[in-house]
Design a protein around this ligand. Structure first.
Ligand code: AMP
Length: 145
């Protein structure tokens, strides 16, 4: 019986858990790094999605990656923040899921990634699924079964 219930959890859709794109802080490929750092600091997030002009997911950029890219031999080279672009520094290895993916897939991805990007059938950015919302659902589920 418990196995049946668990599979209901894992097979359920992720739609209702997605943070919609209008509420997701993001940057674009050609933005300079100082702009990306500003958005990251102001939003308080460690990493945010990178989109192209057509609103497709291209990668993610983090404070750690930005700081690493301006680390000189003896000092942090702040002046490089304006020369380097997001596309030079972003990470491209990241999970992307579709609206039809199951909660089980999201749960597995969230082990190594604090958030997962979601795209629609045309490849356009729909929003993100965070580890927080995944854990909140698991927590609710186990407390009420
Ligand atoms: P959380 O599980 O809420 O701690 O979120 C995990 C990660 O998802 C955060 O550290 C951010 O990198 C990203 N994130 C969460 N909410 C947003 C948002 N509204 N805009 C951009 N990135 C977000």
């Amino acid at each position: 019986m418990q196995t049946l219930k668990n599979s209901q959890l894992l097979d359920q859709e992720i739609r209702e858990l997605i943070i919609s794109h209008e509420k997701v802080a993001h940057v674009q490929l050609n933005n300079p790094l100082d702009h990306a750092l500003l958005i990251l600091i102001k939003s308080g997030y460690t990493a945010i999605p990178v989109l192209d002009r057509d609103y497709r997911i291209q990668g993610q950029i983090s404070k750690a990656k930005i700081l690493d890219s301006i680390l000189g031999l003896e000092r942090i080279e702040m002046e490089r923040l304006n020369d380097l672009k997001v596309k030079d520094t972003m990470e491209t290895e990241m999970p992307i899921m579709s609206m039809n993916s199951t909660f089980g897939e999201a749960l597995t991805r969230s082990i190594n990634h604090p958030f997962v990007c979601i795209e629609d059938e045309d490849g356009a950015f729909v929003g993100i699924l965070t580890r927080r919302s995944i854990l909140a659902l698991v927590n609710r589920y186990f407390k009420h079964t």
